[in-house]
Each structure stands twice: as C-alpha cells, then as structure tokens.
Design a protein around this ligand. Structure first.
Ligand code: BTN
Length: 249
C-alpha cells in the first residue's frame, strides 16, 4: 500500500494499488506537462513489455515508471535504460540478491549455466532529434512475487524467491530511485558502472537484429548503449534498440 511505501524519493510519487500500466499513466502525465514524477503500482492489469509483449504484474511487485525531461538529443536516450539497469542491480545487491545485467536491459540472477530474469525495463520517449521532450523509463521488478505466478517462458525469479523472505519494498524502491537519480544526471558514469555488472562481455553471442543475426565475441559497450562485437569479418556495433534477442553461443 501507499503507507508501506511512504517514499522519500528525489521525484514526486503517484501510487496506485492497481492500474493498467504505470508506463501508460506516465505517458499521460507527460502529455499534461508533468516531469520528475514516479508512478508506482502494487499490481498492473495491462503491463507492457518490449516488442509489444504482455508483462505480468501481480500484486507484490515493484512496478514503476519514471518520467523526466533530460536535456539530451534523442540518440542519447538509450543511456537511461542502462542507467535503470545499473540502479536496479545495485539496489538488488544491497538487498542481498546477486543480480547482474545482460545487454541491453535484462537484470538477471545466474545459477550455474542458468539465467533467471528478475527485472524488465521498457523506455519510451518523445521529442525532436536534437532534443528529447520527455522520457519514461518503466522498471518492472519481480519483488515479492512467487515466480510460479509468472509466465514460464521468461524463466523468471524474484527478490523474495532469491532471498527466501520478502524484501522491504519501500527501502528497495528508495535506493533504486536514488541511484537512478544520480546516474541520470551523470550519464558518463553509466557505461562504466554498467561494465562492472555485465555478464555479456567476453561471451560469444548471437544477436538477432532487423538486419539479420550477428555472431561473435561481445567485447565492450559504447555510449549510449551499443554492444561492440568482434565477428569473423570485423567489428560490428549493435545499438540497444536493434537487439531483438541475444543468446550465448
Ligand atoms: C521487458 O519486456 O523486459 C520490459 C518489461 C517492462 C515492465 C515494466 S513494469 C512498469 C512499467 N509499466 C509497464 O507497463 N511496463 C513497465
């Protein structure tokens, strides 16, 4: 509930017990001219994921969307997705869950060969090429939810499942928002912080893109979020938005 949250965040917070989608609500607030608002919900009834998928959002999760108006060109906006991944990874680690980041924006927990998805991030934006008008970063954290209640194909886990006990959602969300606030104001540090938590670097990967698959060793990431891959025929740079799927090979 809102009482459980009582956040002292660097954003104003709009809390809903249940809402179709915090991203949709944040977009409406953007259209009304708002900024620096977090929309937070215990449950979403129409949560949206990347590539037009549904995002299951039962009660107990930390489903939130941050609306802000950064002074950056449109091409730099993907850095805020990475910033969210870093912020949520730090907050999860502080809560005792050993999370890491799979490029571009999955936060997961590894157990041996297995990777279980803990968080999904969906960034939406509007503006002109030379200047973003608004950005909505939607962050879906499987916080206190039973992975058995989430669709299998995502291979999901949750903070509570990893810890063996519920997480304090107020504290967790507060830390996440504090980290995100600091990273969004200093985007240069995002890529460096991201490298520290990335599982992808050094891996042989295959990335599906609109222009076809790219296979090779993931060697680095570049501002504002592209993956650098050494292929047999040379170096390829894949932007985060062009990644339809990435798997180790
Ligand atoms: C993904 O496909 O991995 C991204 C999932 C993003 C889900 C979050 S939950 C909060 C916000 N509201 C939504 O409808 N989607 C995002």
């Amino acid at each position: 509930s809102a009482v459980e949250y009582g956040l002292d965040a660097p954003f104003s917070v709009e809390y809903h017990d249940s809402i179709p989608s915090t991203n949709a609500r944040a977009r409406d607030l953007a259209a009304e001219g708002a900024s620096d608002v977090v929309v937070l919900a215990d449950e979403q009834t129409g949560g949206r994921g990347r590539l037009d998928r549904d995002w299951h959002s039962p009660s107990g999760g930390a489903w939130l969307s941050v609306l802000f108006r950064p002074d950056v060109p449109m091409a730099h906006a993907p850095v805020f997705t990475l910033a969210a991944a870093v912020a949520v990874t730090r907050a999860a680690r502080e809560a005792g869950v050993d999370a890491s980041i799979k490029w571009p924006n999955d936060v997961l927990v590894r157990r041996g060969e297995e990777e279980r998805k803990l968080v999904g991030i969906l960034t939406e934006m509007e503006g002109e090429a030379d200047r973003v008008s608004w950005v909505v970063v939607g962050i879906g954290v499987n916080a206190n939810v039973d992975p058995a209640d989430l669709p299998d194909e995502a291979n999901p886990t949750s903070l509570s499942a990893e810890r063996g006990e519920p997480v304090d959602r107020r504290l967790f969300t507060q830390r996440l928002l504090e980290e995100f606030d600091s990273l969004r104001q200093d985007t240069e540090q995002v890529v460096e912080a991201w490298r520290e938590y990335a599982t992808t670097l050094g891996q042989q990967v295959r990335v599906e893109t609109p222009g076809g698959p790219i296979e090779g060793e993931a060697v680095d990431i570049q501002f504002p979020g592209a993956l650098v891959i050494e292929t047999e025929s040379g170096t390829e740079v894949v932007s985060a938005g062009d990644c339809e799927h990435l798997r180790p090979v």
